[in-house]
Design a protein around this ligand. Sequence first.
Ligand code: SAM
Length: 276
Amino acid sequence: MRSGYLVRETLVEITKILDPHIPRASREAQLLLMHHLQKDELWLISNQKSEVTNLDLLYEMVQRRAKNEPLEYITKSVSFYSEEFFIDRGALIPRPETELLIDEVIKNYPDSGAFIRFAEVGVGSGIISIILAKHFKNAKFIAVDISENALEVARENIKRFKLEDRVELRHGSLLDEVSEKIDYLVSNPPYIAQDAKLETNLSYEPQNALFGGEVGDEIIKNLLDEVLRREINFFTCEIGYDQKDKIQNYLKNTDFKSLEFYNDYSKFDRGFTLKI
Ligand SMILES: C[S@@+](CC[C@H](N)C(=O)[O-])C[C@H]1O[C@@H](n2cnc3c(N)ncnc32)[C@H](O)[C@@H]1O
């Protein structure tokens, strides 16, 4: 790309590069250029004749996107539950359906303002604990992840939302590093089977955020064991679309108050809340 391009020409040029590789190329071209210029859409529309500088940097980002690297890793930004979060390749990109897990928790636990201790297993970028901490103003969170890289991303977001005093990060597996009494456990664990064939863009995401074991539901079952053993009153967990029966079977001979599943936007089973 030569230097001295105007906004309008740059958009045409980068759309041409992206078009053979990704859907919605012209929209993504706009998003990349907005990120490059640190300007919003209104500015872009009304400044079509402004010159674009540092084209090499922009071109480098466009090439990454043309290779199917997710836009969020390139711009280091992701929206979730109407908030902007920092994201990087160490953590899974939050998915829209995980917003439903937050809604479930809020529905199941009307906030009385009393103290409540949450734990989250698999905090990733921190989105679940952070959004819940913003809602439950008197709650504390112990948020665990097995990946140091994910914890670094979560740390950045906790700082961004000034929640350092209420969301504590711990490095470890499951609840091994948590000895406190927990009132409510939340998790969006890895739940895909080891041999599942995945789309290419998923290859950019941390594999230990996706695969839950040979069958896929191993971590969910480990968490259920912990919930029952520690008598954690509430557990809300995201699951794969084909895991409802397995979970019901696993709990067949167990005493609990209720087990309710919820669906995602496509009406697939996507999670459950267990009350014991
Ligand atoms: C599906 S991602 C969820 C991330 C984030 N909570 C979200 O919803 O976007 C699962 C996370 O669990 C972590 N993880 C995998 N195995 C774990 C284990 N045994 N103990 C704790 N965390 C684990 C991964 O590193 C990853 O960050």
